[in-house]
Write a protein that binds this ligand. Structure first.
Ligand code: SAH
Length: 346
């Protein structure tokens, strides 16, 4: 039954809500393998055996928000906070350029008091003038239209803002009352309207997630058609209200990656750090399930341990060139090659 639905998804690139629920309720290991093989073939059709890399600079872990799942939430007084200055961020990009990165992702907590859009716009301009052949991706949380516009006009190419969950009642169980589901969705619409290549996504196995909610996420993604989908397993962090919640399923995460690839064939789909954290071969298996992007860390060694969204995050002991070389070797072992280009959505 599930195989028939996977065939249907491949042919039509969409399923109904009932069909999605059925897929998530009833899938077996065999169905997963079936979807992975098809997803891999689709990825191969569009990207060959090339894997795009994005260097991620986690430039501040200061956050005004208090998401119940996240280790850098403002209520976590055990987090040691840091902020990088603009010169240091630029140095990370310069170093990354040497290693072959042609996309830099600037990610942080929601830290607009220190990094308003005007400052980010200047920073984007500096990065783009130093490295005109590179793309800049921002992942700064929810911002207002005019701010997003300013940074877009400064040359920012892409923006990652996971929707987290497409179900309002679920959103409200993951976030405090002062955060708004509608505002996050509006922000995603604005990003697209401003011409950003836009990334959405959700955690797999987030607390209170049901198969119906996951079905809603798939319907939302099909409708919104993001250029990128960031999705990885939920992993608990010891200093959050969700510290005792079970982690998400590794197998389900891989399955969702395959389903995303079949649903949106050209989407840029990373095998995330969380996937590499939940299993030592997670990122390789992600690629073999249809992912085509890897996002190694370019943050300075001394701050890596402080950007802890969840416990056990990998690569916090390594330097940027170690991460880069480790990934090249990992991809090579499964028959893939790292591509040195911007890797835009086409
Ligand atoms: N402040 C930015 C960046 C957030 S961190 C923003 O709001 O978009 C990037 C992503 O990490 C989040 O969107 C979330 O989906 C994921 N994340 C946070 N905590 C996590 C956890 N405990 N386990 C797995 N993923 C997590």
């Amino acid at each position: 039954m599930v195989k028939k639905l996977i065939d249907k998804l491949e042919a039509d690139t969409r399923l109904s809500k009932e069909e999605w629920v059925c897929v998530f309720d009833d899938y077996s290991d065999d169905d997963r393998a079936y979807a992975a093989e098809k997803a891999r073939a689709v990825a191969h059709k569009y990207f060959g055996n090339k894997i795009y890399i994005r260097g991620i600079v986690e430039f501040s872990n200061v956050c005004k928000n208090d998401c119940y799942y996240c280790g850098i939430r403002c209520s976590n007084s055990n987090a040691q906070r840091y902020r990088l200055d603009d010169d240091d961020i630029l140095l990370c990009c310069d170093e990354g350029y040497e290693y072959g990165f042609r996309t830099f992702v600037l990610q942080s907590g929601e830290d607009y008091s220190a990094y308003p859009a005007s400052r980010m716009a200047e920073l984007v301009k500096r990065i783009k003038s130093a490295h005109p052949d590179c793309a800049v991706t921002l992942s700064l949380g929810e911002m207002e239209y005019e701010d997003l516009k300013l940074m877009r006009q400064a040359g920012a190419d892409r923006y990652l803002l996971r929707h987290e969950t497409a179900t309002k009642e679920h959103y409200e169980k993951l976030h405090p009352a002062k955060m708004s589901f509608e505002h996050r969705m509006e922000c995603l619409e604005n990003l697209k309207a401003l011409g950003y290549q836009t990334g959405a996504g959700m955690m797999i196995g987030a607390p209170f997630q049901t198969n119906e909610y996951l079905a809603n996420d798939m319907l939302f993604l099909r409708e919104f058609e993001p250029h990128m989908i960031g999705t990885g397993p939920f992993l608990p962090h010891k200093d959050t209200p969700f510290k005792d919640m079970p982690k998400g399923s590794y197998e389900l995460t891989l399955f969702v990656l395959s389903l995303c690839r079949l649903m949106l064939p050209r989407v840029l789909l990373p095998a995330t750090t969380a996937l590499g954290t939940i299993s030592p071969q997670g990122r390789e298996q992600g690629v073999l399930s249809g992912a085509n992007v890897i996002m190694p860390n370019l943050s300075p060694a001394q701050v890596r341990k402080k950007y802890m969204l969840y416990d056990g995050k990998i690569c916090t002991e390594d330097s940027s060139d170690e991460c880069r070389h480790c990934l090249t070797a990992r991809m090579k072992r499964i028959g893939y090659e790292i591509e040195v280009s911007r890797g835009d959505y086409k």
